[in-house]
Design a protein. Sequence first.
Length: 247
Amino acid sequence: MTTHISPAIVMRTWEFGETDLMISFFTADKGRLKGVAKGARKSRRRFANCLDVFCLSSLEYELKRGGELYFLHSGKLVHGFPGLRSDFSSLSLASYMIELTEILFPLGVVSKRMFELLNCSFSALDKDKNIDKLRILFEAKAMTLGGYKINFDRCCKCGRAYVGEGRAVFKQSKGGIACLKCEQESKLSPGLGPATVKALNAIQSTPWDNAQASGLTNEMIHEIKPLFRLHMEYRIGQRLKTAQYLE
Ligand SMILES: [Zn+2]
């Protein structure tokens, strides 16, 4: 059996047996995995502070014979993101990010970019307290990586290219926008101004740092919020449990 060492984000932990800890963690090279840390609750030596939820740690692990469960041998804390735990809103958003990742990426589905997105998002949440903005950045980028990018190129009804002028309307069942000749703005088809469309389109396709600097105004955030609620409900087929803590 081969031992691996990967940077990993700790997603969840459960007490297991008398002294063990079960851990769900997201790695850059193997996706989301589940492992057991033997004796981790009794002796903290091999796993000093590195198995707390949301931590970025370097974990050493090995696949248990004949299964999908891993044995964790040791770990080292890389970043604990203490600012993320300092208030309820940040903590809630981090939990929400974990839940969305779990839904979009089942066990063992590899996505280096998703690992990087989680890492960048936790790093931002460690310092930045603009919860609404960080939530939108994460939703847009995670949904894109999960295969649910919103199409802003053309009207999903008449096919006319959207050239960045005038308002557009989001269509939930199409995962795209329609022009105002084809659709009216309503609660189920929220409208977006041209600057909002442009910003959101850029967020979906640029690296995190550019997306974070994209200059989302409060007005834009107000327009985008109902859009992602509809988009995620339709594509994922459920409302995230942790969403209630963010309202
Ligand atoms: Zn149209």
